[in-house]
Design a protein around this ligand. Structure first.
Ligand SMILES: C[S@@+](CC[C@H](N)C(=O)[O-])C[C@H]1O[C@@H](n2cnc3c(N)ncnc32)[C@H](O)[C@@H]1O
Length: 305
């Protein structure tokens, strides 16, 4: 796997999945295949379906193609149920989602995700998708820019930054990371420039890939796709992602509003296995910086009554 991506909380994810050697599993975020490789090692007669919407991830999956238990699905995980049905699978024993971008996507300047390397403003995980970062930055109306900067990046002075972007693009199209960085640095609080850039890039990336929409649609399909007793293991890297995951597990819906059936029982198809989210241990944090913000939640599909 080289250094494509060091899998985060690998041991904890495997424990969360509680793998049965002959079970059916889905890794909806294949990336560099770190988690996939470890799951495959535990299977004997079982199957693993690995999803990713990124062509670079697909190329990575080549080395697994000979494995009897492995099938790569080049798709957005928002089509989980439909894709599994297409492969003749109705229910599975475990689903793993390691959300967000891979180190490869971040470190490959040409993909445009990085605050550190210059590149074309792209940020599409699915290189065939219509909307690029360049489109968002140059074409979105001011009010929409303000919305995504504050909602997805938690940028405090979103209005100021949106106005600076609008001014700059009025003079010249913004098509490279470097240009966007320069504009943002004129608005960044002193001493917190790197964090500010990270917030801006995160906001645009989430919009370009409709990450929240995909996550919501995915979560809503999991109860139907999981067999009773099946496990859902989700690792998120910021509170915007963690909130819907937590709500869905605890309340049975993204909003987090508990609903009751006729008899007053809470309608909740999943049951949390971990009372609090699991975070990486000291030793892993030293080895892998990416693990710093990771939160892992594990839930089980309740047995049908
Ligand atoms: C954090 S990385 C996963 C790394 C992987 N667990 C490993 O060990 O190498 C996330 C991956 O999920 C993919 N991804 C993110 N959102 C997706 C979505 N909605 N549908 C399909 N793939 C997605 C990204 O393209 C990226 O390759």
């Amino acid at each position: 796997m080289s250094t494509y991506h060091i899998p985060v909380m690998l041991k904890e994810c495997l424990e969360g999945l509680d793998i049965k050697p002959n079970g059916i599993y889905v890794d909806v975020t294949f990336g560099g295949g770190g988690h996939t490789r470890a799951i495959l090692e535990k299977l004997d007669g079982g199957m693993l379906y690995a999803f990713d919407q990124d062509a670079d991830a697909k190329a990575n999956a080549e080395e697994f193609q000979q494995h009897r238990s492995f099938t790569f699905v080049e798709s957005n995980f928002r089509f989980l149920k439909r894709q599994l049905r297409f492969h003749g699978v109705k229910q599975v024993d475990g689903i793993l989602a390691d959300l967000g971008v891979s180190s490869h996507q971040l470190d490959e300047g040409s993909r445009g995700f990085s605050t550190r390397f210059d590149g074309e403003l792209d940020m599409r995980m699915d290189q065939g998708a219509a909307v690029t970062a360049k489109h968002v930055v140059n074409e979105y109306e001011q009010k929409d820019l303000i919305h995504i900067l504050s909602a997805y990046g938690e940028v405090k002075n979103a209005k100021t930054l949106a106005a600076a972007i609008i001014r700059a693009r009025g003079m010249k199209t913004i098509h490279r990371n470097e240009q966007l960085r320069e504009i943002a640095l004129t608005c960044a609080p002193r001493g917190r420039e790197m964090k500010y850039l990270a917030q801006l890039f995160q906001a645009i990336r989430i919009e370009v890939n409709d990450e929240m929409g995909a996550l919501h649609e995915f979560l809503e399909q999991t109860p139907e796709v999981l067999a009773p007793g099946g496990r859902l293991v989700v690792m998120s890297y910021h509170s915007l992602e963690d909130r819907p995951v937590k709500n869905f597990i605890n309340a049975g819906n993204i909003r987090g509003k508990q609903e009751k059936d006729f008899y007053g029982n809470i309608i909740r198809p999943l049951e949390s296995i971990t009372r609090k989210p699991i975070i990486a241990g000291e030793e892993e944090l030293e080895r892998n910086n990416r693990a710093r913000s990771a939160k892992l939640r594990v839930a089980e599909r309740v047995q049908s009554k």
